[in-house]
Design a binder for this molecule. Structure first.
Ligand code: GLV
Length: 387
């Protein structure tokens, strides 16, 4: 068993163990990948204030996200095709999150269905909703999430159409993979992935296949998003969806102050400052750069969370110090899953928790809830002077 000390270690193992098309699906951004890169490099520009001779005994990273207790302010973000990184991946990730005490969010584009995850876990999880044109499907999707006792829904607003990721096109991404000379050659070197995958029946988009109409090729993410997603989604429709769910609603994909204000108007419980991990609008600013101005505008009216770029506990601390009330990891837990299944997701959470806990202490804090802007050194021009 190798010594795993950081998320990079899990990422290397993920790459070795998982077919190229799925590793690449996770580890890429759209077009030039500028936003994907800057999501992480912008975190590096923020520095931490070292404080000393402060009592650091009895520390806690416990807090709440949308009123629910969390062991640390780090949820598992909805990630499409998670069950292709490792057999039954969504179930394994949900179990690891449940044991750790952090929220797991199931993607509409998951391989394991809502029902699969509910049957294999005990605590309520969150469900991420993509808005499809098929109204009947949407009504049933919400009802299925309710029946599965999901305790919140997360509506993604930045993907009515799919940003182009060059690698997915070049790799011919499908779930399950289609057999071509290229995929067979790759799969031959990923036999442990293949053996596990042959032992599960969950190899298709579990929330879609058998539930949605008029999908010409349900194995291709790009085809079925183009076929089925509601490109006319607007704030009026978001307000309707908000009313369809009688529990907490989180809006994901907010990167602009004006949109954050709309989210408040329609009565959302939380927003996620996010650019979809740099997978949608290439050229958008990083989430961490946009965070402070959004918190300043709406942070007293709505809970502001952040995703895109979190790879360490230090990143979590920086986002919390800039006013986020919660963060999410996508790639960081997927690397763990691809590397070692459920144990790998647990490892990813442990790594991030330890980094958060120790860094918080070295900054002179014992409680994540007391971490504030004074904990950081932020370059004066960090947010940028854009017109
Ligand atoms: C789906 O959410 C994706 O980014 O591929």
């Amino acid at each position: 068993m190798p010594v795993i000390t950081n998320i990079e270690d899990l990422k290397r193992m993920h790459k070795r163990r998982t077919p190229k098309m799925f590793y690449d699906y996770a580890e890429s951004g759209s077009w030039t990948e500028q936003t994907f890169r800057e999501n992480t490099t912008d975190f590096e520009k923020i520095r931490l204030r070292q404080r000393v001779a402060v009592d650091m005994a009895d520390r806690t990273t416990k807090t709440t996200m949308i009123g629910q207790d969390v062991a640390m302010p780090v949820g598992l973000a909805p990630v499409g095709l998670t069950g292709m990184q490792c057999a039954d991946g969504e179930i394994k990730a949900a179990k690891a999150a449940e044991k750790f005490g952090v929220p797991f969010t199931l993607s509409t584009m998951s391989i394991c269905s809502i029902e699969d995850v509910a049957e294999n876990t005990e605590k309520p999880f969150w469900f991420q909703v993509y808005t499809l044109r098929d109204d009947e499907f949407m009504t049933r999707l919400m009802a299925r999430a309710k029946d599965a006792k999901c305790s919140a829904i997360m509506i993604t607003l930045d993907l009515q159409i799919l940003g182009q990721r060059h690698k997915d096109l070049k790799n011919g991404l499908t779930a399950p993979p289609k057999f071509t000379a290229k995929t067979i050659a790759d799969l031959a070197t990923k036999w442990s992935w293949g053996i596990e995958m042959l032992q599960t029946k969950r190899r298709f988009f579990g929330n879609i296949v058998g539930h949605a109409k008029e999908v010409t090729d349900p194995s291709s993410l790009s085809t079925w998003t183009a076929d089925s997603f509601d490109q006319s989604l607007d704030w009026a429709r978001v307000a309707e969806l908000r009313k369809m769910w009688d529990g907490p609603v989180i809006l994901k994909g907010i990167l602009d102050v004006e949109d954050a204000k709309k989210a408040v108007e329609i009565g959302a419980d939380a927003i996620i400052v996010s650019n979809h991990g740099g997978r949608q609008l290439d050229g958008a600013l990083s989430s961490i750069r946009m965070l402070e101005q959004i918190v300043d505008a709406v942070g007293d009216k709505i809970e502001v969370h952040l995703d895109s770029g979190i790879r360490s506990g230090q990143d979590v601390l920086k986002a919390m110090a800039l006013g986020a009330k919660g963060t999410y990891i996508g790639r960081a837990f997927v690397h763990g899953l691809g590397a070692m299944g459920e144990a790998g997701v647990t490892k990813a959470l442990e790594v991030i928790h330890k980094e958060l806990d120790l860094t918080m202490a070295l900054c002179g804090h014992r409680d994540i809830n007391t971490v504030d802007r004074d904990t950081l050194l932020v370059p004066k021009d960090f947010a940028g002077d854009w017109t």
